[in-house]
Design a protein around this ligand. Structure first.
Ligand code: PLP
Length: 457
C-alpha cells in the first residue's frame, strides 16, 4: 500500500477534498513567460490587468511562487454540492479490451453544467462578488463554460453576459436555454453589439465565429459597462489553478486505493482540465519525487501543440487581450466547425506550453470520427455518454490500454472524463448517419494563421 504518500494536512477532514489549490508554477524551475501588455509590448502590470479582470484573480494570475493557495470557505461550500468527483475504475472497459492495464477515470460530469468548468466558474464569480462588482462578461464555445458561469453567477447574485460562438449557438439551442434558466443573457458571436464584432462581420461575412472573436467581444463589452469585468474559462493560469482540485482529489483517491499512476491523459483545448488534473503529479515530477507519462490530446482540426509554434501571440482575434507565450496556430486561425467545440481555441495555456516545450509532457492529435468511435464504445461499455471533448482522452486511454495488451505491461492509466455529451447529440447524429468528416488543416492553412503572429522574440 502506498498510503500517506501525500500531505493530507492540505486536505479537508474527508481526506479527499483539498482545502488548497496547488500552483504548479511554484515548482517550475523555468517559469512560464509573462503576459505582455499589447499597448507597450512589456510584461503587463497588475494595474493594467485589473481593468479587465477581477483584482484577486489578477493576483493569482501573476503568482508563480505560492505553492498552495487556500480555497475560500464559500467556494468550498459550493464544491461540496458536487465534489469530490468520483475516480472510477473502468473494470468493464478493461475486460472488454482484454488489457492487463488498470484504467481509472476522473468524472467531472456530475453537475448540471455537465463539465469541470464549474470548478473555476464558482471561484471567479466569488472573487467578482467579493470585489463588489455588478456582473461579468464572457465567451463560450461549446456552451459548457457559459452554463457553468451562469450557474455560479446566479449562486452569488451577479449579472452574467455570455457571447456564444455562433455555430454553437445554432447547433446547441438547449445549452442556450440552460444559461437563460440561470439568468444569463446570451448573444451569438460575432454580433452587431460590439465594434469588434461589427468589424469581424465586415471582414468575414457569414462566419460561424470562433472563441477568439467571442473573447474580443466579451472584453469590449466588460470595458464599456460600469462595475463589470471579463472572466475566462480556460487558458489562463488562474483557471488551471482552480482546476487543480481535479488533480488533488485524484492524487488522494489513488493514494487511498494504494495505486500509483503511470500514464495520465487529458483532452486539451485551452489546457485547464488537463493542467488541473496533472498539476500535483507534475509537481512530484518537477521535485524529483515520482515520474509519470503525461499525454495531452487535441483534435487534428485544431492542433496547437502538435503543429503550432511556441511564440508570443494574441489571445483573441480582436487583439485587445494581453499577449501570451504559448503554442499557437495564430489568433487569426478560424478552425473548421468541429464538433469538439470546447477544443477549438487557437492557443494553449502558457504553463502547459512551457512544460510541453521542456519535454515534461507529450501531445497527440486525433481525428473526429475515431474520437466518436471511442465515445460510443465507451458509452456502451461504461454507461456514461461522454462529451466529444472528453472522448479525445478516452480514445488515447484506449490506445494505451491496447498497447499494454500487446506488450503485457500492467500499467495504471488515469484519464480525465471532463463531461457528459447530452447537448452534443447533433454531432452524435452526424456520426451515426455517417455524415461526419475528418477535417485536417493543410500546411498552407496553418501557415496562413501563423503569418499574422506578432513580431516579438
Ligand atoms: C471546455 C471543455 C474542455 C476543454 O477545455 P480545457 O480548458 O482544455 O480543459 C474539455 N472538456 C469539456 C467537457 C469542456 O467543456
Amino acid at each position: 500500500m502506498a498510503q500517506k504518500q501525500i500531505p493530507y494536512k492540505i486536505y479537508l477532514e474527508e481526506q479527499e477534498m483539498p482545502a488548497y489549490w496547488y500552483n504548479v508554477r511554484a515548482d517550475m524551475k523555468k517559469k512560464p513567460a509573462p503576459l505582455l501588455d499589447p499597448a507597450t509590448g512589456k510584461p503587463i502590470t497588475a494595474e493594467a490587468l485589473e481593468k479587465v479582470f477581477c483584482r484577486e484573480l489578477v493576483k493569482q494570475e501573476l503568482d508563480d511562487t505560492t505553492r498552495y493557495i487556500p480555497i475560500p470557505q464559500d467556494i468550498l461550500d459550493f464544491y461540496k454540492m458536487y465534489r469530490p468527483a468520483p475516480l472510477i475504475r473502468a473494470y468493464c472497459l478493461e475486460k472488454k479490451l482484454g488489457t492487463p492495464a488498470k484504467i481509472y477515470y476522473k468524472f467531472e460530469g456530475n453537475n448540471t453544467s455537465g463539465s469541470h468548468k464549474l470548478n473555476s466558474a464558482i471561484a471567479q464569480a466569488y472573487y467578482a462578488k467579493e470585489q463588489g462588482l455588478k456582473g461579468v462578461t464572457t465567451e463560450t464555445g461549446a456552451g459548457q463554460w457559459g452554463t457553468a458561469l451562469s450557474m455560479a453567477c446566479s449562486y452569488f447574485g451577479l449579472d452574467c453576459r455570455v457571447y456564444m460562438v455562433k455555430c454553437s449557438y445554432e447547433q446547441k439551442p438547449f445549452r442556450r436555454e440552460v444559461m437563460r434558466t440561470y439568468g444569463a443573457q446570451v448573444t451569438p458571436s460575432p454580433s452587431e453589439t460590439t465594434a469588434i464584432g461589427r468589424q469581424i462581420l465586415a471582414e468575414h461575412p457569414g462566419t460561424t465565429g470562433s472563441l477568439g472573436c467571442a473573447i474580443s467581444e466579451a472584453v469590449e463589452a466588460a470595458g464599456s459597462m460600469e462595475g463589470y469585468r471579463y472572466v475566462l474559462g480556460s487558458v489562463l493560469s488562474q483557471v488551471m489553478l482552480h482546476q487543480s482540485v481535479i488533480g488533488m482529489e485524484t492524487l488522494a483517491a489513488l493514494d487511498k486505493y494504494g495505486e500509483k499512476a503511470d500514464i495520465i491523459i487529458g483532452c486539451a483545448g485551452g489546457g485547464s482540465n488537463l493542467g488541473g488534473l496533472i498539476a500535483p503529479f507534475m509537481g512530484q515530477k518537477l521535485r524529483g519525487e515520482a515520474d509519470y507519462q503525461f499525454i495531452a490530446v487535441e483534435p487534428s482540426s485544431c492542433p496547437s501543440l502538435t503543429r503550432g509554434k511556441y511564440v508570443y501571440d494574441y489571445c483573441d482575434t480582436g487583439r485587445v487581450c494581453p499577449l501570451a507565450k504559448m503554442y499557437t496556430l495564430g489568433s487569426g486561425f478560424i478552425p473548421a466547425p468541429s464538433h469538439a467545440g470546447g477544443l477549438r481555441y487557437h492557443g494553449m495555456s502558457s504553463v502547459l506550453s512551457e512544460l510541453y516545450d521542456e519535454g515534461l509532457m507529450e501531445a497527440r492529435s486525433v481525428k473526429q470520427t475515431e474520437v466518436f468511435e471511442a465515445a460510443e464504445y465507451f458509452a456502451r461499455i461504461e454507461g456514461i455518454l461522454p462529451a466529444p471533448e472528453s472522448s479525445h482522452a478516452i480514445k488515447v486511454a484506449m490506445d494505451e490500454a491496447i498497447k499494454c495488451r500487446e506488450t503485457g505491461e500492467e500499467k495504471t492509466i488515469v484519464f480525465g472524463l471532463t463531461g457528459t455529451g447530452y447537448f452534443d447529440m447533433m454531432s452524435y447524429e452526424k456520426f451515426h448517419d455517417g455524415k461526419m468528416t475528418d477535417y485536417v488543416p493543410s500546411d498552407e492553412e496553418i501557415a496562413a494563421g501563423m503569418a499574422k503572429l506578432p513580431k516579438i522574440d
